[in-house]
Every structure is written in C-alpha cells, then in structure tokens.
Design a protein around this ligand. Structure first.
Ligand code: BTN
Length: 277
C-alpha cells in the first residue's frame, strides 16, 4: 500500500499510451490522450501540451496535485488516476456537473456490483457509503480565458492515507472492485466522452439521479455560518435547498460546503485523495 517505484511506474504506464490512443479513435468528443509517467499537476501539463479542446493528459503520479479551495490532492503514491482535459469554457457549474456525472457514470454501477451505494456528493465529489461516506473521486475546474481545464482525480488502489484523510478518503479497491488503473482510466474517458455532449437538461437529470444528499440531515457551512437541516432538493445549477428549523435556505456551490454528514463529523483534514466532508 505504499508508493510504487519509478521503475514500476514506468513499466505500468508504458502500456497506457497505445491503449488510450486506440480508445480515442472510438470517441466522438475526445481527441487525444497524452500519458506522462510523472508530473507536478496534470492541470498545468494539459495547458502546456494540449493545443485543442478534447485533449487530455493522464499521469501515473502527480507530485503537486491540487484540489478545490486551494487544497492539496494527495495522489503522490501513484495509486490513483490524475486526468485533466482541455474543454471549451462554459458556465463553471455546467463543467462541474459534467465532471461529476462522468465520475458517477464511470464508477457507480461498478461499486454497486459490490453491494455498496455510491453517488455524487454535491457539488462534485464521488462518494461511496462504506463504514462512513468515503471520497473516491473529486473534480477541479480551472478557467483560462476561452478554454477551461477539467481535472478529475480518482483513488483507485488501496493506500495508507495521511492522518487528516483517514476518516474521509477511500479507493475503488477498498469497495472490493478489482480494476487496474488503466481500466479505471478507460471507464472514465468513455464516460467523459458521453457527458461532454449532453444538454444541460440531461446533465441536470443525471446529476439528480446520482445525488446522495436528498433527504439527509446535514450541516453546511456558508460564509462562516452553520446551517443544519434536511436536504429537500439538490440541483447542480441552483444549489442545495435545505429545510432548517428557521425555514428554507438555498446554498450555493461557490460559497457553501458540507460540514458534517450524520454522525460523521468533519475532522478538518486537508484536501487531497479526499477533501473534508
Ligand atoms: C477536489 O476534490 O478537491 C478536486 C480534486 C481534483 C484532483 C485532480 S487530479 C487531476 C487534476 N490535477 C490536479 O492537480 N488536480 C486535478
């Protein structure tokens, strides 16, 4: 469950390029995939290398992966997927919804085969409900003028987590799924290729179908204020509608974050393989 060596990494990713190139020939939206054994962050690598919308970078290991809200994405051991794709700039809620639905379509059916419920934790985390909700994947969208970079991180193989992520992170392997990283990448790219051409209405409906929060009693934090209540509605574009003791509160993805889920109190960890609930 430790870091793979550079030699093992080179060996593992050496077979990725050919297979992923073959995959792009069957994809309508995805144009090309470049494989890097190691890079600081695929978010930057895609900007240097990708010259067109539909280009993707996959790395075997990231040494400086970043997450949302300035957090670190801890996938330095080479046990996950780091994928960034150059996309046309759109409303960021739309891009986040595309990425979240891509994660859900790629892995929820597989995780379901293990008898484990999983889905989207608004706004765009992939969560599996194991001993507690565990983050399997996350999304980072960064805008660069008329282009944007959509970054997806997925925890694939089991590993030892830093202390602050121990209660919130999980991997596909932890759910019982046996997939290689290459297989997990192929699932994600196929799914991404489909969601990139979905209409806003389709995305909204797919997102709501994969949502895990509706009906849950939760605590959100928005601009320093805690709001506790039952989630009445989750929508990728209008946010969460929470029914609190004092009435209904609408929470916006750019301002609010989930603070605590049932008895799973936020342990205040960094982002990374996972971010705090
Ligand atoms: C989050 O949940 O905070 C978002 C995590 C996004 C991580 C991915 S891994 C590929 C891409 N490269 C990065 O440095 N970050 C994103």
């Amino acid at each position: 469950m430790t870091s793979i060596t550079d030699a093992e990494l080179e060996r593992e990713v050496s077979e990725w390029s050919e297979q992923l190139e073959r995959l792009t020939r069957t994809c309508a939206w995805l144009q090309c995939v470049t494989v890097l054994a190691k890079t600081e962050s695929t978010q930057d690598a895609v900007l240097c290398r990708a010259d067109s919308v539909g280009s993707a970078i996959v790395a075997g290991r990231q040494t400086g992966g970043r997450g949302r809200r300035g957090r670190v994405w801890a996938d330095d051991l080479g046990r996950g997927i780091a994928l960034s794709v150059a996309v046309e700039s759109e409303d960021s809620a739309l891009l986040c919804a595309r990425a979240a639905v891509a994660l859900a379509h790629a892995y929820v059916p597989l995780i379901g085969q293990m008898g484990i419920r999983s889905g989207i934790k608004w706004p765009n985390d992939l969560i599996a409900i194991m001993d507690r909700p565990r983050k399997i994947g996350g999304v980072l969208v960064e805008e660069h003028g008329d282009q944007a970079v959509m970054g997806l991180g997925v925890n694939v193989r089991s590993r030892v987590w830093p202390e602050q992520l121990r209660n919130s992170a999980g991997t596909l392997e932890d759910t019982g799924i046996r997939v290689t990283r290459l297989e997990a990448i192929v699932h994600l790219l196929k799914s991404l290729d489909r969601v990139m051409t979905m209409s806003k209405e389709q995305l909204q409906s797919e997102f709501i179908q994969a949502d895990l929060l509706e009906g849950e009693r939760l605590v959100f934090e928005e601009s320093g204020t805690l709001h506790e209540g039952v989630v009445r509605e989750v929508d990728p574009f209008t946010g969460v509608l929470l029914v609190t003791r004092d009435g209904e509160v609408r929470l916006r993805p750019e301002l609010a974050r989930l603070h605590a889920w049932e008895s799973h109190v936020n342990d205040g960890g960094e982002g990374g393989g996972s971010e705090p609930m």
